[in-house]
Design a protein around this ligand. Structure first.
Ligand SMILES: [Zn+2]
Length: 314
């Protein structure tokens, strides 16, 4: 399931406080946030590696082996994890070191680094990441801490209230999301994610990051049961439309998307059914940035209930 997990209020409030302390320590800077300043403030170290050249990692982990007996097995685990699970980034709490895969697209480095800074800010993550079992290093299977680190990254890279203030003043359109992407220096996808989460607190809003929805442009390995990378439900959407599946939403998006190779793919008003069976009208639009299709669906109004009268003459 690609649906986003919604964190508890207590957890988000705790993460918010920790991120606020960092931004405060930097004098609440203007966007875009310089990650080198964050590393300096938090005394974090950053290193790059590539899957075929793990020299940097090997050097790092050999030092861990000497320094801490109880994690003797980690060098092997770490190298295995990087290779087998194609880890894109990781954080070593005992060394305050962030490791990033250099082969990842440059655009993604910033988010990956923000995510690892997120782990570094949340002390309850450190024990989990330092544990002895291999599972603790498997980035992908630890949903809760991954969601928390992503939330912290979002708070940091979008300067908390600063993004909220700007986003809440704007109409919910992809053009406006693109403008915010420029201001804050983050990717289109992460900006869309943050926009839907914030702008859709009270009013239902949904986002999707997927392959090109048009039949003729779908990749060979397209799986109709898992049509998207992210199905972003805003808090109000998750509350009222929890039965909407990503498969259904993708199908409706595909119904209006053209086969263009880039740029806007189309827009349409669509009807979605809420958990009580009532119908509501949304405005959907989709943009293809040549890697991902980004879709934003925002609430318009409830659909009038249709009463089916019969013209029976009996
Ligand atoms: Zn992580």
């Amino acid at each position: 399931m690609a649906k986003n997990r919604i964190l508890s209020e207590r957890t988000t409030a705790d993460i918010d406080r920790r991120v606020a302390k960092v931004l405060d320590g930097l004098g609440n800077p203007e966007p875009p946030l310089e990650l080198s300043d964050v590393r300096q403030l938090l005394r974090l170290d950053r290193q790059f590696y590539t899957a075929d050249d793990t020299g940097a990692v090997r050097e790092t982990v050999s030092r861990i082996k000497v320094a801490t007996v109880q994690i003797y097995e980690r060098p092997k685990l770490l190298l295995e994890a990087i290779r087998k699970m194609s880890l894109k980034a990781l954080y070593l709490p005992d060394q305050r070191r962030i490791l990033l895969d250099e082969n990842e697209p440059k655009l993604k480095h910033r988010w990956n680094e923000g995510h690892e800074i997120g782990h570094s800010l949340l002390p309850w993550h450190h024990d989990v990441m330092l544990g002895d079992n291999g599972f603790t290093l498997s980035h992908d299977c630890h949903d809760q801490i991954e969601t928390e680190a992503n939330y912290a990254a979002g708070q940091l890279l979008f300067l908390q209230g600063r993004f909220a203030n700007e986003a809440l003043d704007l109409a919910p359109t992809l053009d406006n999301v693109k403008e915010l992407k420029g201001t804050f220096g983050n990717t289109f996808s992460t900006t869309l994610y943050r926009f839907v989460e914030l702008r859709g607190r009270e009013v239902p809003m949904v986002g999707m990051i997927s392959a090109h929805p048009h039949q003729s442009r779908r990749p060979a390995n397209f799986d109709p049961a898992k049509p998207c990378r992210h199905f972003i439900q805003s808090p109000a959407f998750a509350d009222q439309f929890s039965r909407q599946s990503e498969v259904e939403v993708f199908r409706t998006i595909a119904s209006y998307c053209g086969s263009q190779g880039g740029g806007p793919l189309g827009e349409s008003e669509l009807i979605l059914t809420d958990d009580n069976g009532a119908q509501h009208r949304f405005f959907f639009e989709t943009f293809f940035n040549r890697y991902d299709a980004l879709t934003l669906g925002s609430y318009l109004k409830p659909e009038p209930i249709k009463i089916c009268g019969s013209a029976s003459i009996f």
